[in-house]
Design a protein around this ligand. Structure first.
Ligand SMILES: Cc1cc2nc3c(=O)[nH]c(=O)nc-3n(C[C@H](O)[C@H](O)[C@H](O)COP(=O)(O)O)c2cc1C
Length: 216
């Protein structure tokens, strides 16, 4: 076990925004193991732990999946670049800064030294709208643990149109679904900072839908 870093839990939560400008510098595998050991402490229904985790470092594999990811990026965002750049977060867009960072990640995905792909067994054959609830808690644990080690991460999904190709390429069993692709790396640009969100009062009700929640 490595010496675990110490960071206040709330400081980690309030600064772990998506970091998409990543250095290619390697991440020691003992640290990657620590991140996974934090991940698997997360919850799953009946403690079923139907997850498996792929650690991807192979440049040829990364290049192929990054090409599929870029196709997804271009179809969703790249082809209307100017429109997206002009649309602020308040207008429901990504906002210019986030767009540019997401574009950078799309163009440099394979340079992130380590990718983690969380995979959920049974999710392809037993569709369930809440399937993700048995893995995304663990994924968040992983990203917070990465934050503690000063490692940037982003939960990504734009390779998704090539799910079957990804599964074939990586030898993932038929019944399983890839649930995300998380590029990890030490930050090259961008700072840890408070994720921008609507305030609690705007997204929370007390007891009944539409009844305001107000603390104190
Ligand atoms: C289901 C899901 C899919 C996502 N897919 C992508 C993606 O493909 N590429 C990307 O750059 N970010 C992706 N994100 C990251 C979101 O854009 C990010 O969480 C959101 O903008 C908030 O960022 P912040 O925490 O830095 O404020 C995804 C997030 C989620 C939860």
């Amino acid at each position: 076990m490595t010496d675990r870093p110490t960071i206040d839990l709330f400081d980690a939560i309030h600064s772990a925004r998506a970091l998409r400008y990543l250095k290619p510098d390697p991440i020691p595998m003992e640290i990657v193991r620590e991140l996974l050991d934090a991940a698997i402490r997360g919850p799953s229904g009946g403690n079923s732990q139907g997850w498996q985790w792929l650690v991807i470092t192979d440049p040829a594999v990364k290049k192929q999946i990054a090409d599929w990811y870029r196709e997804g990026w271009n179809n969703s965002y790249g082809k209307n670049r100017e429109e997206h750049l002009a649309r602020s977060a308040d207008e429901g867009g990504l906002g210019r800064v986030n767009y540019l960072s997401a574009e950078h990640l799309a163009n440099h995905l394979e340079e992130a030294p380590v990718w983690i792909m969380p995979v959920l067994r049974g999710a392809a054959t037993r569709p369930n709208a809440r399937a993700g609830s048995s893995i995304y808690g663990a994924v968040q644990n992983l990203m917070l643990a990465a934050r503690a080690y000063g490692i940037g991460s982003t939960l990504t999904s734009l390779y998704g149109a090539h799910e079957d190709d990804v599964k074939r390429l990586l030898g993932i069993p038929e019944d399983a679904l890839t649930m995300a692709l998380i590029p990890l790396g030490y930050p090259a640009r961008g700072k840890w900072g408070q994720p921008r969100r609507k305030p609690v009062e705007e997204v929370t009700y007390l007891n009944r839908w539409d009844q305001p929640f107000a603390a104190g």
